[in-house]
Each structure stands twice: as structure tokens, then as C-alpha cells.
Design a protein around this ligand. Structure first.
Ligand code: NAI
Length: 217
């Protein structure tokens, strides 16, 4: 990275979107893009984009735009996509199966290596060639295999216990789908995905004008 300052979370949250747009530009054979053009496509201001990209180093030349490939590579590296990660899913119900069946995570370098559940009807079945194992074997599996990311898709009441096993076995990153704020040790990072929060925000925005009698901005 060109600069050694820590990147703010607000910028970090925009990185996946930058990566996605830059990847589309590369696919379309675009070598260079100005912050103005990118801002029009992404619905951000050009100055916001310039500020964000300045955090990573010097990728633009005045009047000449950004080198798309260099910028893409640097953003991918900052996100950590220059490595690969082993992941496990615990809870092979609706959400767990949807994640297990989504092969694009693997293309990004997130390799699902095992799935665990308590339900005897599910244990032994396979998703995309990955066995569903008995959750009683989770501890020993994590002793024997280096796992980078634990994915929690169990009911809320079982989620903290699952997170505790992950942490005890040295997993440092948890992707949590259960609707609960999990307690994690220092040094463990957690990302919560709550589809219903997003849906409720949408509902609020749908009703905002009626509530406050104003047009949406
Ligand atoms: P589900 O009931 O279809 O699947 C849960 C699975 O976990 C079942 O197969 C069950 O046998 C298994 N399980 C239960 N206890 C376990 C344990 N101790 N160890 C291993 N496996 C265990 O539920 P669904 O719909 O897949 O939801 C899973 C979680 O995701 C729930 O916490 C739910 O509230 C949450 N959810 C989250 C959403 C989001 O946006 N993040 C959206 C919908 C659900």
C-alpha cells in the first residue's frame, strides 16, 4: 500500500463496491477511468472517490484518470483477495444451504470445506460435494483442520455456543447470520448479515413520506 495509515471503516465498507465496478470495467476492456466517470456510474461524488483512492496510493494522473488494473489489484489486495481462506458452515438449514450452494464465494477464494448440523436427517448428505457432518465432530474437525472463517447459520439460541467453539479453536473471523449480537474475544472479527434489518430499512423509506409529509430526498 502506498500509505501506511489505517483505512477508515467507512472507506472499507465501500471497497467491495469499488472492486465490483473495477472488475466490470476490466471485463469490458477499459484501461483508464476518471474519477468523474466512475462517480457517475457509482452515484458517489468524484471528490469522495479521489479521497478514498488517495488512501491506497497514487493511482491517478492529473487529466489522465486511474489505471483500472492497478487500482483493481490494489483494492483486491487490501481486501485480502490475494489469499485464499478455508471456511466452515454450522447449520445446514435454509441459510446454510443457500451459502453452501453459492459457488461464487469459492471463485473469490473463500473455500467452503465442511458443513455441520445436528439433524440426523441432514448428516451425511452433500452440498456441492461437501459432506454435512455431525456437529459433535466440530471440535475435533477444527483441531485437525486450519479454518480461517466460521459461518454461523444456526438458530439464535445456538449461535453463541457455536461462536465460542470457533473462538476456542482459534478461528479469528466469524460471519454471523443469526439475529443476535455475539460476544467475541479481542482479536476476533465478526461481520453480521441481517437481511431483515435491510428489509425494515426499506420499509421505513417506503413509509417516510407518509410519516413526515415530505418527499424522499
Ligand atoms: P433453519 O431452521 O432452516 O436451519 C437451522 C439449521 O441449524 C437446522 O438445519 C438445524 O438442524 C441446525 N442446528 C440447530 N442447532 C444446531 C447446532 N447446535 N449445531 C449445528 N446445527 C444446528 O433456519 P434458517 O432459516 O436457515 O436460519 C438460520 C439462522 O439464520 C437463524 O438464526 C435465523 O434466525 C437466521 N436468519 C438470518 C437471516 C439473515 O438475514 N441473516 C434471514 C433468515 C434467517
Amino acid at each position: 500500500m502506498g500509505k501506511s495509515t489505517v483505512i477508515s471503516m467507512a472507506v472499507v465498507r465501500r471497497l467491495p463496491r469499488y472492486r465490483r465496478y473495477l472488475s466490470e470495467l476490466l471485463e469490458n476492456g477499459v484501461d483508464r477511468i476518471s474519477s468523474k466517470e466512475l462517480s457517475e456510474r457509482m452515484n458517489l461524488t468524484a471528490s469522495q472517490i479521489r479521497q478514498d483512492f488517495n488512501c491506497f496510493g497514487d493511482f491517478g494522473q492529473q487529466g489522465y484518470g486511474y489505471n483500472v488494473k492497478e487500482l483493481y489489484n490494489e483494492i483486491a489486495r487490501i481486501i485480502g483477495l490475494n489469499k485464499s481462506y478455508n471456511t466452515v458452515v454450522v447449520g445446514a438449514g435454509n441459510i446454510g444451504q443457500a451459502i453452501a450452494n453459492y459457488s461464487s464465494f469459492g471463485k473469490l477464494g473463500f473455500n467452503l470445506v465442511a458443513i455441520f448440523d445436528v439433524n440426523p436427517k441432514l448428516i451425511g448428505l452433500k452440498f456441492r460435494d461437501i459432506d454435512i457432518r455431525d456437529v459433535d465432530d466440530l471440535d475435533s474437525y477444527l483441531d485437525e483442520n486450519k479454518i480461517d472463517i466460521g459461518i454461523i447459520c444456526v438458530p439464535k439460541a445456538q449461535a453463541q455456543r457455536t461462536a465460542d467453539i470457533f473462538q476456542d479453536k482459534g478461528i479469528k473471523a466469524i460471519w454471523n447470520f443469526a439475529p443476535i449480537d455475539l460476544k467475541v474475544q479481542e482479536g476476533v472479527v465478526i461481520e453480521n448479515v441481517h437481511l431483515s434489518d435491510s428489509l425494515l430499512t426499506l420499509s421505513y423509506r417506503l413509509n417516510e413520506a407518509e410519516l413526515f409529509g415530505t418527499e424522499e430526498k
